[in-house]
Design a protein around this ligand. Structure first.
Ligand SMILES: Cc1ncc(COP(=O)(O)O)c(C=O)c1O
Length: 457
């Protein structure tokens, strides 16, 4: 497969493969794990005992000097790779000049710079405005409040399998795991979940392509006629590719029909592109694969290559709330803004094309496993946002949760950092700077590990 010269956005050495020197966790990692157990909240979801010391590009070193290949990118955050020299330089320069002032009360140019760069790539055609925050959940909270403010309506619709964040508002839209809500409720009662177009496991037993999107009938013909009048719905929140729910891309027609429904009833369509945006799918935003445009976009994660930043972008016609109705102390911090402007520059300067090429390479390795392995049920995705479902019975599509976790663990022991999502999906989301040989090695390793687990299904 032909690949471009990627030296302009790679740091050297860019092409390292794993090197595991001894048992993991090693002695230094073990000591850290003990301290962590004493001091850190047990609510985190650590999958394996990786204690990170430093990272560069797609390579991560642990505190014992073992070298790993990162196929998580800090959960789809380190889009330009770890510690990209141009990002580090932008952060260093900005932090020597101004670290904080609070955009809520004062002006500084970095907020406008990032707003200009972001609004240029957000697909809304009209003039746009932007609210800057610190995280994905905050970007979603902002969209919820803005949608209510703008429409004067109380209700929200979201989808089964969705994940929009862990704050109480965003959590009320999230429906991917019961543990997120258990003992935390009540959440916003005006949030209703309906089936998503999860075509491999069609919620209404139809089979895309060729279906009539019967999964949306529940919203259109049940919820809107028996439960909530559509003119009381402020917004429909949807991930164009569900992330935590299992890397499930929505078909183009599904998003188009949501757009039509929203137009028909004066509802705002919100795309949560927090995981799927900022180039991860080979386009700036995953929804661009469908051509459907939302009214509000929520962006975070890869937006600033690892610094905390969230953005809620809407047309100027929608973002009309009054001074004081929404604000934040830290959001849109100048250092995060500088990192974000540089991130967008790198995407434009070839990283987006590289991601598309690497994504094709990744899929060309992984797709054949659906035919050759009895435990690979489905491989799907765009660019470097690819999911692989592990099943114990292919005909019945039985979700193999434990088996998936064993595969994740075995990959870790071999030096490949991969995570699951959904009950039984392996997620592939390396930094966008990942190289061809790193893709090849990761896919060979996963295939080998899968072969070794086939008899356990
Ligand atoms: C689609 C989506 N929305 C929102 C969030 C929440 O982002 P954060 O963890 O930055 O609050 C996530 C995080 O995984 C996400 O994947």
């Amino acid at each position: 497969m032909a690949t471009k010269d990627t030296s302009s956005f790679h740091q050297e050495p860019s092409d390292l493969l794993p090197d595991i020197k001894g048992p993991i966790p090693g002695s230094k990692a073990k000591a850290e794990l003990k301290l962590d157990e004493k001091y850190i909240s047990p609510s985190y979801t650590r999958n394996y005992p990786l204690v990170v010391d430093r990272a560069l590009g797609s390579t991560v070193w642990d505190v014992d000097g073992n070298r790993f290949l990162d196929f998580n990118a800090g959960i789809a955050v380190c889009s330009t790779g770890h510690c990209h020299p141009k990002i580090v330089e932008a952060i260093q320069k900005q932090s020597a000049r101004l670290i904080h002032m609070s955009g809520t009360d004062f002006y500084y140019p970095q907020q406008v710079e990032v707003a200009k760069a972001l609004t240029e790539i957000i697909p809304i055609k009209e003039s746009k405005r932007i609210f800057l925050s610190n995280s994905g959940a905050e970007a979603v909270e902002c969209a919820m409040k803005l949608a209510r403010f703008h429409t004067g309506r109380p209700h929200f619709i979201s989808f089964y399998g969705s994940f929009h964040g862990r704050t109480l508002g965003a959590m009320s839209l999230s429906n991917s795991k019961t543990i997120h809500r258990r003992k935390m409720g009540p959440v916003t009662p005006e949030a209703t979940a309906v089936p998503y177009a999860y075509c491999y496991r069609c919620p209404v037993n139809r089979c895309y392509p060729g279906c009539s999107l019967e999964c949306l009938d529940q919203l259109e013909h049940v919820v809107f006629s028996k439960r909530i009048a559509p003119d009381e719905v402020a917004a429909i929140f949807v991930e164009p590719v569900q992330g935590e729910g299992g890397y499930v891309p929505a078909p183009r027609e599904f998003l188009a029909r949501l757009r039509d429904l929203c137009n028909q009833h004066g509802i705002l369509l919100v795309f949560d592109e927090i995981q799927s945006g900022m180039g991860r799918t080979g386009k700036y935003f995953a929804s661009e694969h469908s051509g459907v445009v939302a009214d509000i976009y929520c962006v975070a994660k890869g937006i600033a290559s690892g610094l905390p930043l969230g953005a809620t972008v809407a047309s100027s016609r929608v973002m009309t709330w009054d001074s004081g109705s929404h604000a934040t102390t830290f959001g849109g911090n100048p250092v995060s803004c500088a990192a974000s402007v540089k991130t967008i520059e790198l995407l434009k300067d070839g990283l987006l094309d590289h991601c598309r090429e690497m994504g094709e390479r990744l899929l060309s390795h992984l797709r054949p496993l659906v035919q050759t392995s009895p435990i690979v049920g489905d491989v799907r995705g765009f660019g470097l946002m690819v999911g692989m479902e592990i099943v114990s019975d292919k005909a019945k599509k039985t979700q193999a949760h434990d088996l998936r976790n064993e595969i994740v663990m075995e990959c870790f022991r071999k030096g490949l950092l991969i995570l699951g999502c959904g009950p039984n999906t392996l997620r592939f989301c390396p930094p966008l700077v990942v190289t061809p040989s790193q893709i090849d090695w990761a896919c060979e390793t996963v295939a080998k590990v899968i072969r070794g687990h086939e008899s356990k299904a």
